[in-house]
Design a binder for this molecule. Structure first.
Ligand code: 9D3
Length: 247
């Protein structure tokens, strides 16, 4: 899969792309990422990418011509590339959307700055507008990184053998709930012991304990994620025996 990122801060992405799973995916040729400075497509002599809003008001707006020129430049032969604008007005990114995006051949990610982009660019060039949540960022760049990260790890061959996208917290592997508490060595840390069942070697008991703990904390922290339909009959009985009713 190919990503092209349009930004006025291409350097923002350099270090994050050079770490861990993303770096390996790029090295292995599973992912290609191009960084493009929108400013290089500015048309006036000062290379301005923003201007004052018509009608007045606070802040600046990104001019449409440099954005459009950058998209056309990056598109080149690949006319099929989808253009994604990172914007607080977009649909909130979730795991389902990430999986959908992972099915695309090429994505052009447009990072807005200032108060936003000229509406005519959005109308004419943008296929999808995506937000990463209800909080205020300084621009689209950190949002593009989040999108990049969660889409890349879904691509075939990117995850290590130990991991699996099917076992993710937000996919069906753990039935849409949160993960159970995890422990590693030492057995006692600052006086706190690892729950004995995890040292028992009784794999069925461990599986029951993990299910109960996962459901308990999901109900406490993210009750909206719990759906009875996601549990087998045996699991529902186990939960009921432990005083956990799921509707
Ligand atoms: C008048 C209010 N404006 C500033 C406080 C609105 C505003 C403009 C531009 C708020 C944020 C931004 C920059 N943010 C993004 O470009 C952005 C974003 C975000 O802020 N939150 C979540 N997802 C995204 S995707 C792009």
């Amino acid at each position: 899969m190919r990503f092209d990122i349009l930004t006025i801060f291409p350097d923002f992405f350099v270090s994050p792309l050079a770490q861990g799973m993303i770096r390996r995916a790029i090295q292995d040729g599973l992912v290609g990422v191009g960084l493009h400075d929108i400013r290089e497509h500015a048309t006036d002599k000062h290379a301005m990418t923003d201007d004052r809003p018509f009608g007045g008001g606070e802040g600046m707006v990104m001019k449409p011509e440099p954005l459009a020129a950058a998209v056309r430049h990056v598109r080149g032969a690949a006319a099929s590339a989808r253009v994604v604008l990172l914007s607080p007005q977009g649909r909130t990114l979730n795991q389902e959307m990430a999986a959908e995006l992972a099915g695309e051949e090429q994505l052009i990610l447009v990072c807005g700055r200032y108060e936003g982009v000229d509406e005519r660019f959005r109308e004419a060039y943008v296929d999808r507008e995506v937000s990463v949540g209800d909080y205020i960022l300084t621009g689209g760049e950190p949002a593009a990184l989040v999108l990049l990260d969660c889409v890349i790890r879904l691509l075939p061959g990117v995850l290590g053998c130990g991991d699996s996208a099917e076992n993710d917290t937000f996919s069906q592997g753990s039935r849409g709930g949160l993960k159970y508490p995890q422990y590693t060595r030492p057995r006692v840390f600052e006086g706190r012991e690892v729950p004995p069942v995890l040292l028992s070697g009784d794999h069925a008991a461990i599986a029951r304990w993990r299910l109960l703990e996962a459901v308990r904390r999901t109900r406490q922290r993210r009750p909206e994620l719990l759906k009875a339909a996601d549990f087998t009959g045996a699991e529902r009985r186990l939960l009921a025996q432990n005083g956990i009713e799921i509707k």
